[in-house]
Design a protein around this ligand. Structure first.
Ligand code: G16
Length: 543
């Protein structure tokens, strides 16, 4: 087998976003594009020689081909061993667990998360560091710098490795260890939660449904929910991972997980419904007739985590991304926990988790997790919910309503304006930025602005800073509007408008979210001049 030195030239725009490099699949499939980026990962981490890495992915189109390229490039550059999930599959949280468990030098996950997959859709590559978490900006910055200068990469000329065969094979001088991607993760979940109590609840007639959306969590959910916890066969729907996710959009929100929403609104709805995304790190939680907003889910879990064995001795502190509602802050205050507000992106939780300052964290973007790995974790959230339900004997709706009675309700929604021309979206943000200082005291759609600023963050552990992380507008009476541009899209810009209002009045607990936020929504449109900038009056997604 020969090592080939290939000459190349840089591609523009290989800058990792909120979570790795995400582009159209065809962009990744053009000659040298993937290879350039992988070579730059090696450079960004100080070379791969002698190192052990984990390799997995969400099963999307091109993932199997990309895995073979990465293996040949790792072998050519002297890696010692790659631990790869059978069929090149491994969910993001399972990969994070494997990196930590085997103490590897990190891992590569082939996924564009919740973005659709297929030849005309999206692909992505992200690197996780030895703590199991997404590479921090310092590392992604080095990778990006390398992409601008790259002139050559190394690759082995070799046949494909058989990634369906469990066990260790050789590729040149490198070992390729093909593992069952589910077993270790399922064992970890069994150690964290009271499986006996959940099993008893299920055998007592509690019904659940989990929508894997034809993405990577299907095999995980079948093993854990059906095999180990005794949920009826078929409780996991859309369980076969498919390269195009069955033509769907594997994003667990009320729009894209419509099948689950319908099932949970039916007359004979199960007691509990959940879904996860492409790579298994996001979650959506539902009760009969009720969608639990991710920000509320985080707050409910923070209030009740001690009911699960892993958190019985307390969660110490909590963290949420800035646009996530402040529901969890109220829990933290009452329980005397430290509470951190970080920029969007799971990587910003890493230091706080590593230092033991927080044990639970979450984001409005359907991500919740803890210190068991360094990624958000969809099935983990589902299991913590089930553990809490089993321990309290309450249903989802009762638990959420009791929570609001105790802590008040932070009514919350995110409006996404997708596929906006980048210049227009940037102009909106730039213009609003210049007006922030003058907003306080002004009234919009009947709501008075209390304060406004642009969020920047200083990491309390290592002092690193992140500027321009979103515009925040606080309204009198506890409302808040946040605006930022998504860092995970592949076409144009997505303007995210995060809307929040606070109520302690019980008769507002049952009110429809969009209706309850009417004034805040109108104020956001007026303040940011959304229609003038983008021509849009309505969002594409209301999550
Ligand atoms: C990624 C990050 C999350 C972030 C989300 C949304 O999620 O891991 O931390 O909240 O993107 O980011 P944006 O608003 O910039 O699109 P995932 O599930 O796509 O990896």
């Amino acid at each position: 087998m020969d090592i080939v030195d290939v000459e190349t030239t840089p591609f523009e725009g290989q800058k990792p976003g909120t979570s790795g490099l995400r582009k159209k699949t065809k962009t990744f499939m053009q000659p040298r594009y993937l290879e350039n980026f992988v070579e730059c990962i090696w450079r960004g981490i100080g070379g791969v020689e002698g190192k052990t890495l984990v390799l997995g992915g969400d099963g999307r189109y091109f993932g199997d081909r990309a895995a073979q390229v990465i293996l040949r490039m790792a072998a050519a550059s002297g890696a010692r061993r790659i631990i790869v999930g059978q069929g090149a599959l491994m969910s993001t949280p399972a990969a994070s667990n494997m990196i930590r468990k085997r103490q590897t030098h990190g891992g590569i996950i082939l996924s564009a998360s919740h973005n659709p997959g297929g030849p005309d859709e999206d692909f992505g590559v992200k690197f996780n560091t030895p703590n199991g978490g997404p590479a921090p900006e310092e590392v992604t910055g080095r990778i990006f710098e390398a992409t601008k200068e790259i002139r050559r990469y190394r690759i082995l000329e070799a046949q494909d490795v058989d990634l369906d065969r469990l066990g260790t094979q050789r590729l040149g001088d490198m070992e390729v260890e093909v593992i069952d991607p589910v077993a270790d993760y399922a064992d970890l979940m069994e150690r964290l939660f009271d499986f006996a109590a959940i099993r008893e609840m299920i055998s007592g007639g509690f019904r659940l449904t989990f929508d894997a959306m034809h993405a990577v969590t299907g095999p995980y959910a079948r093993e854990i929910l059906e095999n180990r916890l005794g949920a009826a066969p078929g409780s996991v729907r859309n369980a076969e991972p498919k390269p195009d996710f069955g033509g769907g959009h594997p994003d667990p929100n009320p729009i894209w997980a419509e099948e689950l929403v319908r099932a949970m609104h039916a007359e004979d709805a199960p007691d509990f419904g959940a879904a996860s995304d492409g790579d298994g790190d996001r979650n959506m939680i539902m009760g009969p007739g009720m969608y639990v907003a991710p920000s509320d889910s985080l707050a409910v879990l923070a209030a009740n985590a001690e009911l699960a064995p892993a958190y019985a001795d307390g969660i110490r502190g909590v963290a949420r991304s800035m646009p996530t509602s402040r529901a969890v802050d109220h829990v933290a205050r009452k329980k005397g926990l430290e509470c951190f507000e970080t920029p969007t992106g799971w990587k910003f939780f890493g230091n706080l988790l590593d230092e033991g300052r927080v044990r639970l964290c979450g984001e409005e973007s359907a991500g919740t997790g803890s210190d068991h790995v360094r990624e958000k974790d969809g099935l983990w959230a589902v299991l913590l919910w089930l553990n809490v339900l089993a321990a309290t004997g309450k249903g989802v709706v009762e638990l959420v309503h009791d929570h609001w009675r105790e802590y008040g309700r932070d009514i919350y929604s995110r409006h996404d304006f997708e596929g906006v021309e980048s210049e227009k979206a940037e102009a909106l943000i730039d213009e609003l930025r210049t007006r922030l200082d003058g907003l306080a005291g002004q009234s919009f759609a009947g709501r008075v602005v209390e304060a406004a600023d642009e969020f920047s963050y200083t990491d309390p552990v290592d002092g690193s800073t992140a500027a321009q992380q979103g515009l925040r507008i606080y309204l009198e009476g506890g409302g808040r509007i946040v605006l930022r541009l998504s860092g995970t899209g592949t076409t144009g810009a997505t303007l995210r408008v995060y809307l929040e209002d606070r109520t302690e009045e019980q008769d507002r607990f049952g009110v429809d979210t969009q209706e309850a936020l009417g004034e805040v929504i109108a104020a956001a449109h007026e303040i940011a001049r959304i229609e003038a900038h983008t021509g849009r009056t309505e969002p594409d997604v209301r999550a």
